[in-house]
Design a binder for this molecule. Structure first.
Ligand SMILES: [Zn+2]
Length: 132
């Protein structure tokens, strides 16, 4: 499954940066481009499995979807991709055509997966009774 290799790379990037940081890792915040075809649920399942036995064991993955941005070479439009909101599907599907002239567009962003931040609970916060 694609999500597993994605999460594996993610952990390989995050774990070295956590060395020397005290405390318990609470949450890993991700930003996922809306054009990236990855299932949130599969990412979370892969994270739970692969985090086992690492500093990240027991922490949570939080995935925030970010909108795609496109550029139209024909009219110069640059901004969010158009969306087709279909009541029948209950989702808004990004349409990769220019919202102004309906021409084909270049995708500027929307296919990235970025580690936004990692929430760490310091030892003091983890046990509020200590030192009281
Ligand atoms: Zn255009």
């Amino acid at each position: 499954m694609h999500e597993y290799s994605v999460v594996r790379e993610l952990l390989a990037a995050v774990l070295p940066r956590l060395e020397g940081i005290d405390g318990r890792i609470q949450t890993v915040f991700l930003r996922k481009g809306e054009l990236l075809v990855l299932s949130d649920r599969a990412l979370e399942a892969a994270f739970d499995l692969l985090a086992e036995g690492t500093r990240l064991a027991g922490s949570r993955l939080s995935i925030e979807e970010t909108g795609a941005r496109v550029r139209c070479p024909a009219c110069g439009y640059e901004g969010p991709a158009g969306r087709l909101a279909d009541e029948g599907f209950h989702v808004a599907i990004p349409i990769l055509s220019c919202p102004q002239c309906q021409g084909p567009v270049e995708v500027r962003s929307g296919r990235e997966l970025v580690i936004d931040r990692v929430e760490v609970l310091t030892p003091e916060e983890a046990s509020p009774a200590a030192g009281a």
